[in-house]
Design a protein around this ligand. Structure first.
Ligand code: SF4
Ligand code: SF4
Length: 238
């Protein structure tokens, strides 16, 4: 049962405060409690974190290896050496702050893809997530597993549509390509744009420039993802 009354110097964190949650939420809660205790002792206290610089290319390679080999050892309950345990935990951290892509890993239908955008100054992360409307059955997995809870990937992420009516029936930002036509929804507005307009927009700044730059990058890398498909016929798979 969750406790609701407040008691001075009692701090609840993780499951005891929220009920069943994720490990990430519990870790974040633990840090919030630690911050609250420090601030209670010293009103001027502020968390300071200095993250050592690491070459992004080397970091990317190391994270890729770790993502393929998640190991937890030693078990702190039977063989507790704080230094070894700390080193092991550090080594298996997946560094979701730099490369997350969790919504790609957990989608059973491969309906989210990570588009490499390294080198484009418009983007601060090495990958951008794009959603493929036609593959998604709206199971919700990607939203549940998103460690940042920044939204629901299958709703929020720029989306490739395979039918014009699918774009109109959705509220996702995204693109539909049909021969010479590029139909987009950006910031809630649907419009047809020319390829020249798209290229010009991608040379600008801010969210709109990123939206068009991501489209052009994906179109260059995976043109087969774009284009219309035959509308579904009941009982016949597309
Ligand atoms: S909601 Fe769609 S994109 Fe998300 S995990 Fe399910 S099928 Fe994949
Ligand atoms: S949408 Fe969520 S799960 Fe997907 S990459 Fe971004 S933070 Fe990770």
């Amino acid at each position: 049962m969750r406790r609701t009354e407040e008691k001075e110097n009692d701090f609840l964190a993780g499951y005891s405060r929220t009920g069943a949650s994720t490990i990430g939420e519990c870790i974040a809660d633990g840090r919030r409690v630690a911050d609250a205790i420090c601030t209670k002792d010293d009103g001027q206290w502020r968390r300071e974190e200095s993250i050592p610089f690491m070459d992004p290319e080397i970091r990317l390679q190391e994270i890729s290896v770790k993502k393929g080999a998640i190991e937890a050892k030693p078990n702190p309950r039977c063989d507790y050496d704080p230094a070894t345990f700390g080193a092991t935990e550090k080594a298996r951290c997946l560094e979701c702050d730099f490369v997350c892509n969790k919504c790609v890993d957990v989608c059973p239908n491969r309906a989210n893809i990570a588009v490499p955008v390294r080198g484009n100054p418009l983007f601060s992360d090495p990958f951008e997530i794009v959603h493929i409307d036609a593959y998604c059955n709206e199971c919700g997995n990607c939203g549940h597993f998103c460690p940042w809870h920044t939204g629901v990937p299958y709703v929020d992420k720029p989306t490739v549509f395979s039918l014009k009516e699918d774009l109109h029936n959705s509220e996702n930002p995204g693109w539909f390509v049909d021969e010479e036509t590029l139909l987009v929804r950006f910031d809630g507005t649907v419009k047809t744009v020319s390829w020249d307009d798209a290229r010009a927009a991608a040379r600008g700044n801010g969210a709109e420039a990123r939206f068009y730059a991501l489209f052009l990058e994906l179109y260059k890398q995976r043109p087969g993802l774009f284009g219309p498909v035959e509308p579904a016929v009941a009982g016949v798979p597309r």
